[in-house]
Design a protein around this ligand. Sequence first.
Ligand code: FAD
Length: 374
Amino acid sequence: MIGGQVTLSAYTTLGLGGPVDRFIQATSEDELIDAVRAADQAGDSVLVLGGGSNLVVADAGFRGTVIHVGTRGLVVSERGGANDSGRHGSRTVAVTVAAGETWDHLVEWTVSEKLSGVECLAGIPGLAGATPIQNVGAYGQEVAETILAVRTFDRLSGKVVTLSPAQCEFGYRASMLKRAAAGEATGRYVVLDVTFGLQRPSGSGPALSTPIWYPELVKTLGVAQNDRVPLDLAREAVLELRRGKGMLLDPADPDTRSAGSFFTNPVLTAEQFADVQRKAAERYGAQFLVPHLQDETGGDARKISAAWLIEQAGFAKGYGHPARVSTKHALALTNPGGADTAALLALASQIRDTVRDIFGIELVNEPVLVGGSL
Ligand SMILES: Cc1cc2nc3c(=O)[nH]c(=O)nc-3n(C[C@H](O)[C@H](O)[C@H](O)COP(=O)(O)OP(=O)(O)OC[C@H]3O[C@@H](n4cnc5c(N)ncnc54)[C@H](O)[C@@H]3O)c2cc1C
């Protein structure tokens, strides 16, 4: 707080962001809806704030109302009707979680309850309500695979609306919910709760993960591709991998003072990929091959590693001061202490421009920028 004013640096994982005009803590769904409705009626800008782990807020702060989601609750309903045999000899359990529940706690709980489907998303910071916004994903899973419904407050109609996965139009770190923000801090739909369809083994069978296909996780677990492993093993392996990359929040580790990956991995057409390959060969020699990531984009599309592009463009791990590239992962831009948002955005712009000059690829920021731009 500054002079009684709340500053967003206390609410973002980057530890950055200036003061806000109004700050409301909403601990019930009614409070959340009422606060959003009142701000909208007053013509105020609105920022619905979760865990602040995907936000880069300007040093000048936010002119408007910040509504911090503090709703709680979990409802479990066994499905298992005639038409629902589930997957892999299991049955589907619907878990509805309030937007304000901590995501990682939910994952831990699902593993303890022998429910599979989100175990590889362990350690992602933030709240459950934000997970559909950018279709969070990691290590071969993304929430789009398990979401059955997203219940929202529609700021346009003023009604509570339940969206199906098809209506959410999930894509790679994208959704209709994120697009509907159209440059605003928060979009048309305020997420109230999310229902996940998770798998519980039938009978006394062991609780196994979904098939493990993400190469790094396959290697860490020492399994064959698409093997399934005990749920807790999958979760622990993911947490270990994340810790090694500074992608697990840890107050003692300055590399985790970030917003996660700052840029999404570019998805290129075959033609664009060939162009990058040509530019790389000109620069590094004919034998040089641009690595591409295995993913499920299908067709000719190639996803390439933004971290690789960043390092090739001369931004090694640890580059920069006072904002710096994480010493553990080139994709995370950090505030190790002493940086401000202007410095972080300047570093991000420098990286984006250099990658564009060398490879002709426009890196796109993953976090939501509030009051600033690249
Ligand atoms: C160390 C680290 C690692 C990360 N790793 C990953 C990863 O592996 N995969 C991944 O996908 N992401 C990752 N992230 C990014 C981030 O954790 C996720 O995007 C997360 O879902 C953001 O949740 P949040 O509650 O912190 O959202 P916030 O940062 O508070 O908000 C982000 C956006 O969502 C909106 N929003 C939040 N809640 C609601 C709601 N209830 N209704 C409507 N809009 C809402 C906000 O208005 C804002 O526009 C990482 C971040 C960090 C810091």
